[in-house]
Design a protein around this ligand. Structure first.
Ligand code: ZN
Length: 135
């Protein structure tokens, strides 16, 4: 498997400061996956796979309700609570594929940020030759 193309759309920081960008990837020039997200998490930047919201079906009237809603919007029956509100709708199934996707997507993201904000941040450390021996 190869990620042959990545499209990055930097996110507007006002909507969610942790959401840095949306991405679309093309796999093997043949398959597109939309809505990957670049998230600024507590442990650094990571790639979130596309998710879909789960909807809860009312056992009484069979109407679907947004998950998290406690009462059916149609008949008012109490709905069971679900723990997770989102499920991955597309994701790598091997560790290898996950690394591969993350690598390519993050590279494209950094490049998009550099293009947008200008110069890449420069390291403040000067390169030093280690173990320079005195004569
Ligand atoms: Zn109902």
């Amino acid at each position: 498997m190869e990620v042959t193309k990545v499209f990055v759309r930097l996110a507007d920081n006002n909507e969610n400061p942790r959401l840095r960008a949306y991405c679309t990837i093309i796999i093997d020039n043949a398959f597109a996956v939309h809505d990957l997200k670049i998230i600024d998490g507590n442990d650094g930047i990571f790639v979130a796979m596309p998710t879909r919201k789960i909807r809860t079906r009312c056992p009484g009237c069979n109407r679907t309700n947004p998950t998290g809603q406690r009462w059916c919007g149609n008949c008012g029956r109490r709905l069971e609570e679900t723990q997770r509100q989102c499920l991955d709708s597309a994701h790598p199934v091997t560790q290898n594929a996950r690394f591969l996707v993350e690598d390519v997507v993050l590279d494209a993201f950094w490049k998009a940020e550099d293009d947008f904000y200008g110069e890449p941040e420069q390291s403040t450390k000067e390169e030093q030759t280690p173990q320079e021996s005195e004569r």
